[in-house]
Design a protein around this ligand. Structure first.
Ligand code: SF4
Length: 47
């Protein structure tokens, strides 16, 4: 199970879970040291 609080993502079930079976995670910079340096590349904005 993937827990995620990004509720404005199409893949979120709105109760803090990602509905995908796997997600792709990338880094924000080439010198990743903190959690905040990472991002979910599977994020899809919901309008
Ligand atoms: S795709 Fe990424 S941002 Fe979207 S719900 Fe899943 S883990 Fe969260």
């Amino acid at each position: 199970m993937i827990r995620c609080t990004v509720k404005n993502c199409k893949n979120n079930d709105k109760i803090n879970h990602c509905m995908l079976s796997e997600v792709r995670i990338g880094e924000m910079s080439h010198d990743t040291k903190f959690k905040s340096d990472t991002k979910c590349d599977s994020f899809e904005p919901e309008f």
